[in-house]
Unconditional design. Structure first.
Length: 422
């Protein structure tokens, strides 16, 4: 019988383009059905599915080390031809599967190195599999170990300490200029993806007030509704400029939105209180001369990219430390797994011996009751029990000798503590 095997198989942003990932993605409403269906495959004892915009991965405990049954199931369940799926698939077995899951949970396999969202997504996937009942004694320790390692990586390294997105970096700079954002007002100019992210990050950091200005007021209003902010047209910016402590601008305008004169007038009204302006538009939304004004801190898109590059280098160094942690924890997990396998083997062997003993006792107790001499019964019992216990191992050793399997013969010598001479 083949050994049980842990398997990680799937595709992600490293191996497959977005159109392939879209075809393989499993909607949350279909997840329970997919788990039950996968678990019904004869070779699969346990299963969990992680499906996000960047990856769809299947974690299984198999009855053998052959991934073919899962690959065949994937093609059938997803109704995808082999040539449209196989080139994009990866699969890892046993300790490589454990290492992969730990790396994913720790943010080392993400599009943005060290991003924390994936850990929550995998925890949710594991809970879903638990509720359906498709994870148990093999996958549960694997996922719990991966969650523990991810926590250790976050605690012991700076993998998530330094932002590597423009929006997040902008908010981090704001926190450096204004320690407490709860009493500050942010003016966001534009309504694109970067501005949306900046709005969410500011909200998460307890910004006091958000104003969103956009050429299309309705788009500004839609975003403002999500963050409990205020919307206005670009033409209204001069009326609110003096109240803004933080300005983040990202539009597609071909001409500057903010000129030196407007900002200078706002600074006089503000009595030269510090103002942070982050201009991440290309072409620039803010005239470069604004940086000359007193207590105005102007960051261009190049400045932000420099901040991000520094942070990326910091994360890469932290990632090296994280890889060392994961390497150590994979070894620890596999030792525990092997120990569990050994315990099960010991239990099985003990059960077999106990059954043989009970059968023999009953047989020879009947002989005693029938009047056979105790000495004769004891001798027969000892000889028969010895022969029964030795039959299996000696047959295997003879076969090993015929096949030239010296490794098994040496293992038997070690197992039975025999002093063999070469």
């Amino acid at each position: 019988m083949d050994a049980m095997s842990l398997l990680a198989i799937g595709l992600n942003h490293h191996t497959a383009p977005v159109d392939v990932r879209e075809r393989v993605a499993i909607n949350e409403t279909k997840l329970s059905e997919a788990l039950t269906n996968l678990r019904s495959v004869e070779a699969v004892d346990e299963a969990a599915i992680v499906s996000t915009c960047n990856r769809t991965e299947f974690y299984c405990d198999l009855q053998s080390d052959d991934p073919a049954p899962v690959i065949d199931w994937l093609k059938d369940y997803l109704q995808i031809d082999s040539d449209q799926l196989s080139p994009y698939l990866f699969h890892y077995a046993d300790e490589d599967a454990v290492r992969h899951l730990m790396r994913v949970c720790s943010g080392l396999d993400s599009m943005i190195l060290g991003e924390p969202q994936i850990l929550g997504q995998i925890k949710s996937a594991y809970r879903g599999a638990s509720e359906v009942g498709t994870v148990g004694q093999q996958l549960t320790p694997m996922f719990e170990s991966a969650f523990s390692v991810a926590k250790q990586v976050r605690t012991d390294t700076d993998i998530g300490a330094n932002p590597v997105s423009v929006a997040f970096a902008a908010v981090s700079v704001a926190k450096q200029v204004f320690t407490d954002l709860s009493k500050r007002t942010a003016l966001l100019i534009g309504a694109g993806e970067t501005i949306q992210l900046a709005a969410r990050h500011l909200t998460a950091n307890n910004i006091g007030r958000i104003i969103i200005a956009n050429r299309t007021v309705q788009r500004a209003a839609d975003l403002a509704a999500d963050v409990n902010g205020q919307a206005m047209a670009l033409a209204d910016i001069p009326d609110h400029l003096a109240s803004a402590d933080i300005i983040v601008s990202s539009t597609a305008s071909q001409l500057p939105i903010l000129g030196k004169g407007a900002v200078e007038l706002a600074q006089k009204t503000r009595r030269y209180e510090p103002t942070l302006i982050v201009d991440i538009a290309v072409p620039r939304d803010v005239e470069p001369q604004v940086a000359e004004l007193e207590n105005v801190f102007l960051y261009s898109v190049d400045d932000m990219q420099n901040v991000i590059a520094d942070n990326q280098r910091s994360r890469e160094l932290a990632a090296e430390q994280a890889e060392a942690i994961i390497h150590s924890q994979v070894e620890t997990f596999m030792r525990r797994r092997r120990a569990m396998d050994a315990k099960q083997t010991i239990r099985d062997y003990r059960s077999t011996v106990e059954q043989t003993k009970e059968f023999m006792l009953k047989k020879y107790q009947r002989q005693l009751k029938a009047g056979t001499a105790p000495e004769e019964v004891l001798e027969q019992f000892a000889n028969t029990l010895t022969n029964k216990l030795m039959h299996g191992p000696t047959a295997q050793l003879r076969e090993a000798a015929e096949d030239g399997d010296l490794a098994l013969i040496d293992a038997a010598a070690k197992l039975f503590d025999l002093n063999r001479k070469s």
